[in-house]
Design a protein around this ligand. Structure first.
Ligand SMILES: Cc1cc2nc3c(=O)[nH]c(=O)nc-3n(C[C@H](O)[C@H](O)[C@H](O)COP(=O)(O)OP(=O)(O)OC[C@H]3O[C@@H](n4cnc5c(N)ncnc54)[C@H](O)[C@@H]3O)c2cc1C
Ligand code: FES
Length: 255
């Protein structure tokens, strides 16, 4: 897969939810190669520490404008440093990395949990089909800033929150069975916590619907050289999430 390293200019950087930022960059040269489901490896500061880049999914890409959008949650030192980046400064990005989603669906069901919804924005925009149905899960209504983002790109939106403060109380997996029963989907795309992915993959398999899942793992090199991101596959071998994924056919990684 073609990739490059660019010094991307920060065009805008804002909080869109609790501890969640949206970063818009001018990344000409990289953005034209980007596909939904791929990620960029970000050097969060010009200092030696932290040494390792941080992987962040491409939440949107506009090839004509050369702009790239990342949506990330501040969880530790690297993302704290990233959050301090000001418009006008430059960020060192390597990418686009990994294998993206297969864009073959005519009747897609998208399922995202928490920050796992980020790559689904670009995916929903890239799918040349209508209607697009999405199930969005979060801890509470304060995390459902995603509704503003998805309401212009998805026609059918289902929301679950852990505490019931918005949408249906429970997890995304609790509503997928009914949604799969009520409509004829030909592909499920899922990104989020691993238990959610396992549950979605199991239900899609039961309904005989193809399913792609986007996995996360701790990464170092991001380009297949260090083996820090390997996961078990169903054929008994291991896969590198950075280069074989992060998007996999569900049956490749889940029984
Ligand atoms: C392919 C890929 C795409 C990603 N896309 C996004 C995205 O679009 N938005 C976003 O907010 N985050 C995304 N992540 C996760 C993001 O890379 C981590 O949150 C980030 O690297 C944390 O860096 P840190 O220095 O702030 O936290 P650290 O101090 O390194 O860690 C803080 C906490 O986060 C956990 N953590 C760190 N990295 C990961 C990881 N890769 N998987 C699971 N837990 C982790 C650590 O175990 C620790 O508990 C993605 C990860 C991968 C592998
Ligand atoms: S992060 Fe080095 S092999 Fe995947």
């Amino acid at each position: 897969m073609p990739k490059t390293i660019v010094k991307a200019e920060v065009l805008a950087h804002k909080l869109i939810g609790p501890e969640v930022c949206e970063l818009t960059l001018k990344a000409s040269g990289l953005v034209q190669m980007a596909r939904p489901g791929q990620f960029v490896h970000v050097r969060v500061a010009d200092t030696i520490v932290p040494l390792l880049r941080r992987p962040i999914s491409i939440a949107d890409a506009n090839a004509a404008a050369g702009t790239l959008t990342l949506i990330y949650r501040i969880v530790g030192h690297g993302t704290e440093l990233l959050a301090q980046t000001l418009p006008g400064s430059r960020l060192d990005l390597m990418g686009p990395l990994g294998n993206g989603f297969v864009l073959e669906a005519e009747r897609p069901l998208l399922v995202g949990g928490g920050i796992g919804l980020a790559p689904l924005v670009y995916l929903a925009k890239a799918l040349c089909t209508s209607p697009i149905t999405i199930v969005m899960g979060g801890r509470n209504k304060n995390e459902m800033y995603w509704q503003d983002i998805f309401q212009s790109i998805c026609q059918n939106i289902h929301i679950t929150t852990d505490d019931g403060s918005m949408g249906r109380q429970g997890f995304t997996v609790d509503v997928i069975d009914d949604i799969l029963t009520g409509d004829s989907f030909d592909m499920v795309y899922a990104c989020g916590p691993r238990p959610m992915l396992e549950g979605v993959a199991r239900l899609a398999k039961e309904r005989n619907v193809r399913c792609q899942v986007s996995l996360e793992d701790h990464m170092a090199c991001g380009v297949g050289a260090c083996l820090s991101c390997t996961c078990a596959a169903t054929d008994g071998k291991r896969r590198k999430v950075c280069t074989d994924g992060p998007v996999f056919w569900a049956e490749e990684v889940f029984d």
